[in-house]
Each structure stands twice: as structure tokens, then as C-alpha cells.
Design a protein around this ligand. Structure first.
Ligand SMILES: NC(=O)c1ccc[n+]([C@@H]2O[C@H](COP(=O)([O-])OP(=O)(O)OC[C@H]3O[C@@H](n4cnc5c(N)ncnc54)[C@H](OP(=O)(O)O)[C@@H]3O)[C@@H](O)[C@H]2O)c1
Length: 275
């Protein structure tokens, strides 16, 4: 594993904190990681918890960075990048941004041309080490730097490179927003079970464990999900009756439309944030 000095701006936040936790757990040396933030108590707690270095001075931390991970909220990203532009364009570390929605062209404007930038789109299950991160590399990112970005993403799950930046919109439609689709489905199942007379707590327990079991089975299995579904559907049985209802009610078309809407909104947001 590469051992570059990594500086995370917003390092004690939710997403960067999860990534740092994953890196340290997978053997990345904690003394090669710096997490910056503004709240000293939060940083001290984070240092005690992970063993990494912490700092409130972004510029001083970036002065030592070989890899600079940007993990502040999208609405403060422009101001942050502009405050670091001089040092970043002088040193040209690999910049990895975790921010949702902001296109590479905006970073190039804010940080200056010629900085190698990877756009990473993680999802919330990264917080429990089971994430999906879409990755897109801008011009001038070397193979070794791509490897570093990939290792970082894989510390909290799996990674997928896309060749075109628009591919990130598709990643958002599948894995970025995907956890919410499953939560919606689980919520509907829990509501329906409760309406049918089950205690809500029992309905929740059964629904969540079923979702977990189905996902584990699908990941472990060497047949596709359509076959796994057929395996549960005996002719004229209970599951077949339920699946027929989903299909005649248009669930497949609805999913397709919802994902198209999601990707369109991602592209729209990228245009809005590229101002
Ligand atoms: N959470 C997710 O599921 C998710 C998924 C995909 C992408 N992302 C992206 O990940 C990024 C971070 O999101 P998050 O949910 O982790 O947010 P978060 O928990 O609020 O973390 C952001 C961190 O940024 C720090 N910060 C703000 N301004 C700073 C500055 N000027 N200098 C240094 N640190 C600063 C904050 O530290 P203080 O509290 O000390 O100010 C905070 O710890 C966002 O761009 C988001 O789009 C998140």
C-alpha cells in the first residue's frame, strides 16, 4: 500500500472520518494522515479515536500534503479552494474531492490549471465500511495517483472508475442515491406489515434482516439477481403472486424513470455548482 502523506480538509467530518477510519483499519500509517477542521475539541476527540494528526491550519497542513482530500460541504468548497489555490498550484499534490455535485471544471478554476484532480462520489454506507465510490480522474492524474485514489475508496467499500465525467451522474443514480431507494422500499414494507397487524418493531427487525440477507446472498451467489428471484418464486406460490403485483403495477418502469430523474438532477446540479 502506498504511504503518501494524506491531508484531509474537513477530516473529522462524517465522510472523511469514515474514510480515515477505513484507511487506518486497513493498515495505512496513522502518522501519514492529517485531518483538519475548525472545532478543536472535535479534532482532539478524532485524534484520540484514530491516532491520526489533527490541525486547524489548512495551509500549513497542505504544505506537507502529497495527497489532498477535500471533504467540506459543497457550499463552502469554492471559498476553501480559493484560500488554498496558491499553495496547491505551487505544490500540485493529488487532489481528491469527495464533494457531491461539483464538476472538475470548477476546481480547475478555483485551484488553477495543471493540478491533478480526482472526483470521488461515495455513498453513505461508506460510514459502515460497505460503500460504493465512483471515481473520475481529470487530465494529468498518473496511474500511481489513480491507484492511491482507488485504495482510499476501497478502504470503505468498493470503487468504480468512470471514463467520462457524466458517468458520475450514473453512479449517483445507482449507488449515490441508491441507499435511499432501498430505505424507501423498506419503509413501505414496514408500513404494510404494521397495517396488516404486526408490531412495528417486529416489522422493522424482519424487514432489515431480510434486506441484509438478500444483499449478502446476492453478493455471495454466482447467479444473477433475476435467477435468485426466480428461486424464491414457486409456480402459483406466494412470492409469485407478490412479484406479479409489482410487475403489473409498473415497478420496473418506475425504477427506471426515477433513476433517469436522479441522473438528470445530478447533471443540473453540476451546472448550477459550476458557477
Ligand atoms: N455524508 C455523505 O454521505 C456523503 C456522501 C457523498 C459525498 N459527501 C460529501 O462529503 C463532503 C463532506 O460531507 P460530510 O457529510 O462528511 O459533512 P460534515 O460531517 O459536515 O463534514 C465536513 C467537515 O468540514 C469541516 N470544515 C468546514 N469548513 C472547514 C474549513 N474551512 N477548514 C477545515 N475544515 C472545515 C467541518 O469541521 P468543523 O466542524 O470543525 O468546522 C466538518 O467536520 C461533502 O462535500 C459531501 O458532499 C458526503
Amino acid at each position: 500500500m502506498a504511504k503518501e502523506k494524506m491531508v484531509f480538509i474537513g477530516g473529522a467530518g462524517n465522510m472523511a472520518g469514515a474514510v480515515i477510519g477505513g484507511l487506518v483499519a486497513s493498515g495505512y500509517p496513522a502518522d501519514k494522515i492529517v485531518a483538519t477542521g475548525r472545532n478543536e475539541q472535535k479534532l482532539a476527540d478524532f485524534a484520540a479515536h484514530t491516532g491520526v494528526q489533527v490541525a486547524t491550519d489548512n495551509a500549513a497542513a497542505v504544505a506537507e500534503a502529497e495527497v489532498l482530500v477535500l471533504s467540506v460541504k459543497p457550499q463552502v468548497m469554492k471559498e476553501l479552494c480559493e484560500s488554498l489555490a496558491q499553495i496547491v498550484s505551487d505544490r500540485k499534490p493529488l487532489v481528491i474531492t469527495l464533494a457531491a455535485g461539483i464538476p472538475l471544471s470548477a476546481y480547475q478554476r478555483w485551484l488553477g490549471a495543471g493540478v491533478p484532480i480526482v472526483r470521488a462520489m461515495p455513498n453513505t454506507p461508506a460510514l459502515v465500511g460497505t460503500g460504493v465510490t465512483g471515481l473520475y480522474a481529470g487530465d494529468g492524474v498518473s496511474a500511481a495517483q489513480k491507484k492511491i485514489a482507488e485504495q482510499m475508496a476501497e478502504a470503505v467499500g468498493i470503487a468504480l472508475w468512470v471514463d467520462e465525467e457524466s458517468g458520475i451522474d450514473q453512479v449517483i443514480a445507482v449507488s449515490g442515491s441508491g441507499p435511499a431507494y432501498y430505505f424507501q422500499f423498506m419503509e413501505s414494507m414496514i408500513d404494510a406489515a404494521e397495517k396488516a397487524g404486526m408490531q412495528r418493531a417486529d416489522a422493522e427487525r424482519l424487514t432489515l434482516q431480510t434486506a441484509l440477507g438478500a444483499a449478502k446472498l446476492a453478493v455471495a451467489s454466482d447467479v444473477d439477481v433475476a435467477q435468485l428471484k426466480r428461486n424464491v418464486m414457486s409456480p402459483n406460490g406466494t412470492t409469485e403472486r407478490a412479484i406479479r403485483r409489482f410487475q403489473s403495477g409498473g415497478l420496473p418502469e418506475l425504477v427506471e424513470q426515477a433513476m433517469r430523474d436522479c441522473a438528470e438532477r445530478a447533471a443540473e446540479m453540476a451546472r448550477e455548482l459550476d458557477q
